[in-house]
Design a protein around this ligand. Structure first.
Ligand code: SF4
Length: 412
């Protein structure tokens, strides 16, 4: 089995070999006849100089066939269990299931086949405290500790969050806090506390510009929310805003992506952290009606992406904070620094999240889930009795099975 991808520019021809992560610059003739050349006994029919390039690539281990390829986690079961004991990197707490907004695409709107819906329940301080202690006990191998407060809208439960941060500060040598908020409750009291606690960062959801944001992010009465958020943000001292406030946007419509990028490019004080498309897996027809995504119009989306990429290549600003960094830089970096080791018959999962280790999500009742995006998978133990190891092992083997079924032949 060859896992290859041919691609070309205006004047050059390339083959990407997934087995070794090599990119080979080839002649047009080879590019056009690659499949034919790789078939046994046929290459000799071709003119020798071109074939030699392929032959030497094969001799060097590039363009080799990959047989019986298996994919695996880069650690054994025992090593994984060790990580669970002392190497959890981040704790995410569902501080409340309540929210003061009713965004049209919200995963908690009831418009998805899986997951919870909005309720009025808050996490108690006792649960927060136990969860933080659980994380403390299971992260002794980590130098940096991060605790994220998630919702619903976490600021609806801010007094307990303040107490929880004070408690965590007494436990950990170094700990950082992240509060994900919709920005509506960023009042003076909160801002005062936030400014005073410099290990707290906030991430504000903003689907800017205004006309895009107000199309989707509305309150319970259907009112627009953009102006309120911008007014609140303007009360945060500029130094703190620059250092400890980031914005995340989701686009429900591909046509909005360009507008969002332009907005971030013009409004330099609003520093983006991520820009992602709205979740549509398991979405109901009502939600799908709200979102307009690329698989409905792949060609148009590709055209837009290409245009943005060209813009990025032409005048890539140096600023670390530029929106392009999120969209393109990380992709380029991962290509540039890719491992050149040969896969052989074993491919380790790359870039895959290690469940419960990279993030540990605790729901409102203290149950353990892999992360906030899979908060409904909350039967992997709890903070009182610890991890349910057999269930976790089951989950890993399911991931393994899916990866081997679906991803084995993928060149990425
Ligand atoms: S702010 Fe977040 S939790 Fe609240 S409705 Fe909007 S998307 Fe849902």
């Amino acid at each position: 089995m060859f896992i290859l991808k041919k691609f070309r520019t205006k004047s050059k021809y390339y083959i990407y070999d997934s087995n070794t992560n090599n990119i080979i610059d080839v002649a047009k003739e080879i590019y056009e006849n690659l499949e034919f050349l790789l078939k046994k006994n046929r290459a000799k029919d071709f003119c020798e100089p071109n074939y030699k390039i392929i032959l030497s690539a094969i001799n060097e281990g590039v363009l080799g066939a990959v047989n019986d390829l298996k994919m695996e986690y880069p650690f054994s079961d025992e090593e994984y269990l060790e990580k669970l004991k002392d190497s959890i990197q981040q704790l995410v707490l569902c501080t409340t299931e309540n929210c003061n907004l009713r965004c049209k695409y919200c995963v908690y709107s009831g418009g998805y086949q899986v997951g919870r819906v909005h309720t009025f329940r808050h996490m108690s301080f006792a649960t927060m405290k136990s969860a933080i202690y659980f994380y403390y006990k299971h992260s002794s191998n980590e130098k940096m500790h991060t605790i994220s407060f998630y919702g619903g809208e976490p600021l609806l439960n801010i007094e307990r969050i303040k107490k929880a941060t004070a408690y965590a500060n007494t436990l950990f040598k170094t700990v950082n806090f992240i509060i994900s908020t919709n920005g509506i409750l960023l009042g003076n009291d909160f801002i005062k506390w936030f400014v005073e606690n410099n290990n707290v960062m906030i991430i504000v959801s903003l689907d800017s510009p205004k006309e895009v944001h107000d199309t989707y992010r509305i309150d319970k009465n259907g009112n627009a929310t953009y102006e309120k958020i911008i007014k609140n943000i303007s009360n945060i001292p500029s130094g703190v805003l620059k250092k400890r406030v980031r914005f995340q946007s989701v686009y429900a419509n591909d046509d909005d992506l360009e507008k969002m990028i332009q907005y971030y490019n013009i409004n330099n004080h609003i520093i983006p952290m991520s820009l992602t498309s709205v979740e549509k897996d398991s979405a109901s027809s009502e939600i799908l009606h709200v979102i307009k995504h690329s698989d409905l119009n792949v060609k148009a989306a590709r055209k837009k992406y290409k245009k943005m990429l060209q813009e990025y290549i032409n005048k890539r600003p140096n600023s670390e904070e530029n929106i392009y960094k999120d969209i393109f830089d990380n992709n380029f970096r991962s290509i540039h620094f890719r491992s050149m080791d040969k896969i052989g018959s074993m491919k380790l999962f790359s870039g895959i999240c290690i469940p419960f280790v990279r993030k540990l999500f605790i729901d409102i009742d203290g149950n353990i889930a892999p992360c906030e995006k899979a908060d409904y998978l909350n039967n992997f133990g709890n903070i009182k009795n610890g991890f349910d190891v057999s269930k976790i092992k089951e989950l890993l083997s399911v991931i393994n099975e899916i990866k081997n079924k679906r991803c084995r032949k993928c060149r990425a």
